[in-house]
Write a protein that binds this ligand. Sequence first.
Ligand SMILES: [Zn+2]
Ligand SMILES: [Zn+2]
Length: 297
Amino acid sequence: MKKLTRAADERVSWSRSFPFFLMHVAPIGIVWAGFGWTEAVVCFLLYYVRMFFITAGYHRFFAHRAFKTSRIFQFVLACGGATAAQKGPLWWAGHHRHHHKHSDTAEDVHSPLKGFWWSHMGWIVCAKFEETDVVGIKEFLRYPELRWLNRYHLVPPALLGLGCYLLGGASVLFGGFFLSTVLLYHGTFLVNSLAHVWGRRRYATTDTSKNSLLIALVTNGEGWHNNHHYYQSTANQGFFWWEIDVSYYVLRVLSWGGVVWDLRTPPKHVLEANRLADTAPGASAVVAAAQTAGSPS
Ligand SMILES: [Zn+2]
Ligand SMILES: [Zn+2]
């Protein structure tokens, strides 16, 4: 795999990233506060519910506008995503759009070609990328509630942490909130790092994106990253029935109740075009003419 050299200002800012590292220390509190079934269930639920808000909200809605919803539910998605403590929706989605625009080039904020750990978490603790890419996300700037949330993005996670403490005590705060938040960081970050390194490629794209069931299971369906890079604007990232995509299933249920609508899915001609070898169950082994075209070496 070719390597890209990071620019001189693309480096970890140790002082500014102190809160991020402190978050990784916080779950150690379970050593004295204890960890039982209650904490495990809260941890599990907070992980997967917030993963839904990150994937369906921050990613598929704000970054890709893969479906439509009301202004109220748009704010619910934004607040839910913010509880994951991954900064505000406009910051998150703006940087993500930039990633798609410049995937695996020198411009890419978090290409693993600049180093695996850089793509996983280095870029997040880099001063260069602290600001919101307001040009990249400009259609959402007209909503004052989103601008407010993007600025005060620590309010939702702080309230969630406080709620955990008030309802379940210190053990639920450390074992439920903090532990799931750290797991959620790394589950989400796998899509930027491992999903560009490990897995299978179905479509000939000009980037290193891969499909991986394992990553899909821990990210509510975002592991079908090669599908997603190939055709980005869909509410589903698992393009076939056997590609598990929990966030899409939840969106489908929400659409039955009219909470979201106009879920975009890939047209048939897109599914069949530019395919490399496909060995998934039920699929014919379609080999596109340019078998390795677009697959960086
Ligand atoms: Zn990607
Ligand atoms: Zn995307």
